[in-house]
Write a new protein. Sequence first.
Length: 518
Amino acid sequence: MPTGKVNQRSTEALGYQKFRAGGGFFVYDQSSRTILGIDRNAYQILEDYFCLAPDLLRHRHLKQMSEGDLNAAIHCLDQAVRVNGRFRPAACEDYSAILDREFLKQGLASGMRNLCLTVTEQCNQRCTYCVNSGNYAGEFRHNNRHMTWEVARRCIDYFLPRTDPNAGAGLSFFGGEPFLGWDLIRKCVRHVRANYRLTDNLAMTIVTNATLLTPRALDFIMDNDVFLQVSLDGPQPIHDSARVFPDGSGSYGRVMAVLREVQRKNPEYFSSRVSIACCIDRNRDLIDLFHFFNGENFEGIKVSFNPIKEDDAGLYVENAETRRHYDAELDRLIDLYLSRLRSGGRFNHPLFRELLFRVFKLGWDPITPDVAKGRFPNPICLPGISKIYVASDGTFYPCERVRLRGTEIGDYRTGVDLESVLALVRMFADFCAENCGSCWAHGLCCHCFVHFLQRGKVRRNKKLDYCRREKEALVEAFRRFIRIWENETGSARKHPESLHSRTEKVRYSTLHSPDLIN
């Protein structure tokens, strides 16, 4: 009887993930960013093909299949590896560039991209899931602290000269509710207009619940080409269940009235400068949200979706039941899409793509070795360069989601502290070096600094738990990818927003042939 084991390649280092979808057998190959169709026998022997000596491989699997079937499966995998270059070992990650002080200094000197100013920590609403509600450890609660003009001016004067005029840059006004600090916002906008040569690459944005937007403020905003990002969680029953005033009454009516007024006064501004931020309660019906934003009121408007953050008070908890419900809703959305392909009718493709972002992420450009030298495995933020979030007292943090004690990266008096940035980057790079290089989800998952945070502290185990859940979500995304890909009609495939068009760089193939499936 054959004995021994030949570890031809570490299966962990190879970075692949098997899955089944629609009765078929598939494998995602991280090295080529390819979803491969595979027959049952090759699927069955895949791990042993890479780990076992040929004689032991045959001995083990001739019990389950004929010699002809086994030979065909081995030949199939030989073809994939030796001819088509699949299943290549993961390259060793090199984080030397992003850990290099000169690289970071250069980015901080001339490559800054976003500045977010917390105009006030007060708000006229008391949304149940707000991170400032008191239900989130480590976050400030609504209070009467406001940013001063000195802090705001010095932050703007620090940031704008350090941006790249040929690249995009953004200046955002946050809260609380920033319109409670409207005089400061107006002063900041005038200061920028008066003192800096503006280009189309600079966008000023107010992130708001819109309920305090007055006609005079709207005129000023439109005259100065300031963007509006308005919080709206969907139809009235959904929106008013969480986005409430202190007396418990909902804000839906006021928000919609403001949006209609903006559209009436300036349709071009409304379609090009207004966007919607929708927070999703995963226990709600996603289809209701889609139908709502698919309506004519929001034609051409960008809508972004963010899941409600799991809180520390137990009001919003993400568990297995919640994830099952949300997965079922995503599948219902695909049902709706495929039925519309057959029957015709209105369908908001960008909205569909936003809700199924993991499916469409397969179309992202792969991270090539030359690009990887200056980034993490995923295109996440570099603190201070990608964004500076400024608290009302002038303290700098990496972003509005990472603003806990211990994550400070400077302040308005001294600017960004290079050593603090380096410490955060090194923490993330150490985690990536240990966990990401051999992971099949490398380059696809949405990990970032925020996933280290739990109950107001940085915790490594929280990030590891996120990695596990993200990989589960990606496998479900692969299954949905197969379902959509195989059911998009010929005419739909030509639509610029279809899965085939949006993921044209994705290689979806079979292990029987190097040819792509068209």
